[in-house]
Design a protein around this ligand. Structure first.
Ligand SMILES: Nc1nc2c(c(=O)[nH]1)N[C@H]1C(S)=C(S)[C@@H](COP(=O)(O)OP(=O)(O)OC[C@H]3O[C@@H](n4cnc5c(=O)[nH]c(N)nc54)[C@H](O)[C@@H]3O)O[C@H]1N2
Ligand SMILES: Nc1nc2c(c(=O)[nH]1)N[C@H]1C(S)=C(S)[C@@H](COP(=O)(O)OP(=O)(O)OC[C@H]3O[C@@H](n4cnc5c(=O)[nH]c(N)nc54)[C@H](O)[C@@H]3O)O[C@H]1N2
Ligand code: SF4
Ligand SMILES: [Mo]
Length: 693
């Protein structure tokens, strides 16, 4: 019998890169997935996760129908039943305590998933709550904010560069598109520099490798600025024409010598000088700061400021290979305004607002302490905060106190296990959406339709259907006017210059929505001074240092030497693993075979000191908790440092080690890249855990 065959060009959402894919659908079932050759990000290639996407979509452990927790068991209910009860509860809580007791959360999936993020934001606003949380308050937004206050807009690094400074960023694990681009550019003579406590693969091919102490990157960046000013290596013409505050910067930087930085960073002063010279004398050089590495430390905002200043004083702005401000994609706003400020806005005002530009996000590290007084109901759509957010112990205890926890997901996540209702979500192949690649994907103004390739499996619903139907039950159905997913996407596209039809029929492979331009233009920068602000009034206004500074991690050999007896080693959590995205895909066999278990990495001398060999089960412990993992003795890791991956469940959950108390002071991000820990071999007596999730 002739089979009903079709090929659908769409994107991959197994991580936020949104690579292009070619999906073969046979009689309604997706049977093959390939990389899309014409897609500028992945050029026909897929990473192992992308290749295994169909195993994830058809994983038999998908949630198949709505479930309600009753007397400790899961009970199958209808969508209507679940939504009716959820709505009743929400209305009662609203009446009793006001709308802001509802918090909503969408995870990394929701960062680049415009519909999920937009609809989640819209839902809480329609309900009347300002409390929208997402990974934005632990990842990446800090750099956007910091570049905004410096440049007015947000410049990004490019795929193609002459000099890649990989500053706590490991493309082989976390950034497949950049890895492909670097390979091409290496052939054209591009250079790499790696600044990392681990000698990552690109360090073997780098012009320089600097083995830095975790959490001290800011000190090194300051010393580089010092050298560039001291040796007059800066781009005077660029600075005079486009910036303000250079005089104050010059004065301020005098004390930050490479010798000062060497004591803090473990990086020899001469190497810092050498790197400063290499960077300053390369036009078309870019700092590729870790996508979250540099945010999750005590000096996060100031790290990003120092990197911005480095790009600026060397004139590496709006030139190929530097940081480039591209025209922004204009889209119909699915979100909605709401009265009131989200949690954390008072404590971390710069995260929330700058120059009247407000962000919809609250600060997620403030959530546990706000339950149950301020937050009583929580809705999680496309995230797994119970193990992905810092301090799982605090999140778990807080979630237990909620009157209502609802999770919309493809799988029974760790967060789902604590929920009152778990609702089945569509995978990316089962719904329409927009795939865009600007923010995190290195300045590529490219847009594609995420096409519905197959019908929703089981009883799963898209975010649009879920929010629309729940809104109806809450008496606010008019706030969700879209009749279909296609209509919603067409609405989003309206201001963009591209239409739904064009993207469906003329450019199923995607299209550039704008042409990338270089050069400085004549309109000035959209800061109050219309110049690039090396001296930041916005920082001064919130009581922070207007010029780049350095703050030592709150727990470190320098700031808390008294803790070293108990916790002698430096801990950095969350190095990425090519085969997984955070807590996802542990059920996909092909991926699990490649990376079957979590490995805590440390150097040979460190391991020897504690009698640890590769393969031993060990306990890693902080003041907050402990995890059990297999040790991997790895000469590539700096001695005295322990690297622990995140996203693993149960007693290997790295966020049992982290806490919400250690926070970056300006934006409230958790410090999870530089803590103190102890390690020991696991023995019978230490295997029992009091705090197992
Ligand atoms: N496969 C996969 N890809 C992903 C993800 C995933 O879960 N899986 N997650 C995505 C997301 S949401 C994000 S935010 C990004 C994260 O992307 P990044 O933040 O860039 O993380 P990595 O690429 O793992 O690189 C981190 C590197 O920093 C080093 N490092 C650790 N602490 C420090 C430090 O204090 N200073 C310096 N200089 N280096 C340090 C580590 O040794 C490691 O080599 O990855 C994205 N891509
Ligand atoms: N210790 C430590 N912790 C970290 C980090 C670290 O470096 N160290 N990194 C942090 C960073 S940068 C980030 S971004 C966060 C990520 O944190 P999260 O985004 O919370 O983590 P994920 O495990 O990716 O959770 C995504 C969930 O969405 C579900 N999902 C996937 N697709 C869909 C969909 O289409 N619809 C719906 N409704 N659900 C879907 C998945 O099944 C999964 O359960 O983790 C953070 N946690
Ligand atoms: S890097 Fe891999 S998982 Fe991420 S979008 Fe591309 S193919 Fe998918
Ligand atoms: Mo992230």
């Amino acid at each position: 019998m002739a089979k009903n065959l079709k090929e659908v060009l769409t994107d991959c959402t197994l991580c936020y890169h949104s690579c292009g894919t070619r999906v073969t659908v046979e009689d309604g079932k997706a049977v093959k997935i390939l990389g899309l050759e014409s897609h500028p990000l992945n050029k026909g290639r897929l990473c192992p996760k992308g290749e295994a996407a169909l195993d994830n979509v058809y994983d038999p452990n998908r949630i198949k129908y709505p479930m309600k927790r009753a007397n400790g068991n899961w009970e199958r209910v209808t969508w209507d039943h679940a939504l009716t009860e959820i709505a009743q509860k929400l209305l009662r809580l609203k009446e009793q305590f006001g709308p802001s007791v509802l918090g909503v959360f969408s995870g990394s999936i929701g960062v680049e998933n415009l519909e999920m993020a937009g609809l989640t934001q819209r839902f809480k606003a329609a309900f009347g709550s300002p409390n929208f949380f997402s990974v934005e308050s632990i990842c990446y937004r800090m750099r956007i904010r910091t570049r905004q206050i410096t440049f007015g807009k947000y410049p990004t690094e490019e795929l193609d560069s002459k000099l890649y400074i990989l500053w706590g960023h490991n493309p082989h694990q976390s950034d497949f598109p950049l890895m492909l681009a670097i390979e091409e550019n290496l052939k054209r003579g591009a250079k790499i520099v790696v600044i990392d406590p681990k000698k990552i693969p690109y360090a073997d091919r780098a012009a320089m490798y600097l083995k830095i102490r975790p959490g001290t990157d800011g000190a090194m960046a300051l010393a580089m600025i010092h050298v560039i000013i001291d040796e007059k290596l800066y781009d005077k013409g660029f600075i005079d024409t486009y910036t303000m505050g250079f005089d104050k910067l010059t004065e301020h930087m005098k004390k930050y010598t490479p010798e000062w930085a060497e004591k803090i960073t473990w990086v020899p002063a001469d190497d810092i000088r050498k790197l400063a010279r290499l960077f300053a004398t390369t036009k078309g050089a870019g700092i590729y700061q870790g996508t979250c590495t540099q945010d999750q430390t005590a000096n996060g905002t100031q790290n990003s400021r120092a990197f911005s200043v480095l790009q600026v004083i060397t004139g590496n702005v709006n030139i190929p290979g530097g940081w480039v401000i591209s025209p922004r994609l204009k889209l119909g706003n699915v979100g909605m305004e709401v009265e009131g400020e989200p949690l954390g806005a008072d404590e971390y005002p710069l995260f929330y607002e700058v120059w009247g530009r407000k962000s919809p996000y609250g600060v997620v590290t403030c959530v546990p302490e706000s339950v149950p007084e301020k937050i009583k109901a929580f809705l999680v759509v496309g995230g797994n905060p119970l193990i992905s957010m810092a301090d799982s112990n605090a999140f778990r205890e807080a979630f237990k106190k909620l009157e209502l926890l609802v999770v919309h997901d493809l799988f029974m996540s760790e967060t789902g296990q604590f929920a009152h209702y778990v609702l089945p979500a569509c995978s990316h192949l089962e719904k329409w959406g927009l795939a865009y690649s600007y923010n995190v994907c290195h300045c590529l103004p490219y847009l594609m339709l995420r096409k519905k390739a197959i019908e929703p499996l089981y009883e799963s619903w898209s975010e649009l259907k879920f929010y629309t139907e729940l809104a109806k039950k809450l008496g606010m159905g008019d706030k969700f006017p879209w009749k279909s997913e296609e209509e919603l996407v067409a609405f989003e596209l309206q201001p963009s210059g591209l239409t739904f039809d064009q993207l469906l029929n003329e450019h199923p492979e995607g299209a550039y929505y704008q042409k990338k331009t270089y050069g400085m233009g004549t309109r000035g920068f959209s800061t109050p001074s219309q110049r690039i602000e090396l001296y930041s009034d916005a920082l001064e206004k919130v009581g922070a240092d207007p010029l780049p500074t350095y703050l030592e991690p709150h727990r470190s050999p320098l700031s808390t030497p008294e803790l070293l007896d108990k916790y002698p080693l430096i801990l950095s959590t969350g190095n990425r693993n090519l085969y997984y995205t955070h807590g996802q895909f542990r059920g996909v066999k092909s991926l699990k075979n490649m990376s079957p278990e979590p490995l805590a990495e440390m150097g040979p001398e460190t391991a020897h000191k504690y009698g640890i060999n590769s393969g031993d089960m060990i306990i890693v412990e902080t003041n907050r908790g402990r995890v059990k993992m297999k040790a991997r003795v790895e000469p590539r890791v700096a001695e005295g440092v322990v690297l622990v991956p995140h996203g693993w469940p149960g007693e290997a959950n790295a966020n049992l080690l982290t806490d919400t108390e250690c926070r970056e002071p300006i934006m409230g991000y958790p410090e999870i890249k530089s803590l103190l820990c102890a390690v020991k071999k696991a023995s019978e007596t230490t295997i029992r855990f009091s705090l197992i999730l």
